[in-house]
Design a protein around this ligand. Structure first.
Ligand SMILES: Nc1ncnc2c1ncn2[C@@H]1O[C@H](COP(=O)(O)OP(=O)(O)OP(=O)(O)O)[C@@H](O)[C@H]1O
Length: 223
């Protein structure tokens, strides 16, 4: 699945105050590609990621998912496309009352997969992100870096065609970060997943085959 943003503009409005976050940003994420998006704070990276994920509607421009413009799609079509897109956000939305394995199994249960098989897949993913020993912990009892790895496992659970991750290793030490990046690379190669990582971290950026820079609301430079 290919996700592309074309001519994206976004203006945040809060009362009288307007902030132009995107001024005509373009990006294409092809199957099996790994793109990293860097750029100064406030340049619009998270806004672009939220728009590509379908979590935010752009003020103008299109988000094309396999030929369909998400910004014009009806809610059912939009929801169908969005199910193929996995997202890891800086502040993840895990369920604090559930244990780790049930958090990862939840999207699979919602897709109708039987409990035993959903939990088996969840256990596999938790082992891949280095959390095999944490399965029965409640997510409220995890460190920032551990929660971040659970969020990655949740995003990967439904085998997304596209994975969008905002600072996926932000709270991890170098070794753990390298392990998580290895997991992303394995998934990219094995499942042809298109990956976008938004990051300030060189270690993350260097894993990507393509490095884009964002400045002042546009994607300006490929390095
Ligand atoms: N919810 C919001 N309401 C109003 N303005 C916002 C909102 N979110 C972001 N902005 C503004 O939009 C601009 C782009 O923000 P964005 O978060 O996309 O940048 P970023 O490149 O991801 O920054 P960082 O690297 O600091 O995470 C900034 O000027 C920011 O202050």
């Amino acid at each position: 699945m290919t996700v592309a943003g074309a001519g994206l503009y976004h203006i945040y409005r809060e009362g009288e105050i307007e902030t132009v976050a995107l001024r005509g940003a373009d990006i294409v994420l092809a199957p099996s590609s790994w793109t990293s998006l860097m750029g100064p704070s406030g340049s619009g990276k998270s806004t672009l990621l939220h728009i590509l994920a379908g979590l935010l509607t752009p003020t103008a421009g299109s988000v094309i998912v396999d030929g369909t413009d998400l910004t014009k799609a009806d809610p059912v079509e939009k929801a169908r496309r969005r199910r193929r897109i996995g997202v890891v956000l800086q502040r993840d939305n895990l369920h604090p009352g559930l244990d780790v394995v049930d958090n990862v199994a939840l999207p699979l249960r919602l897709d109708g997969r039987p409990g035993g098989s959903a939990r088996e897949r969840a256990r596999q993913l938790l082992a891949e992100v280095g959390l095999a020993g944490y399965r029965r912990r409640r997510v409220g009892q995890l460190s920032g870096g551990e929660s971040q790895r659970v969020a990655i496992a949740v995003a990967l659970a439904s085998r997304p065609a596209v994975l969008l991750a905002d600072e996926p290793t932000g709270e991890l030490d170098e070794d753990t970060a390298a392990g998580v990046l290895d997991v992303l690379e394995t998934v990219r190669v094995r499942e042809n997943t298109a990956i976008l990582t938004v990051t300030h971290n060189r270690q993350v950026a260097e894993r990507a085959g393509r490095r884009l820079l964002m400045r002042d609301g546009v994607v300006v430079d490929e390095r």
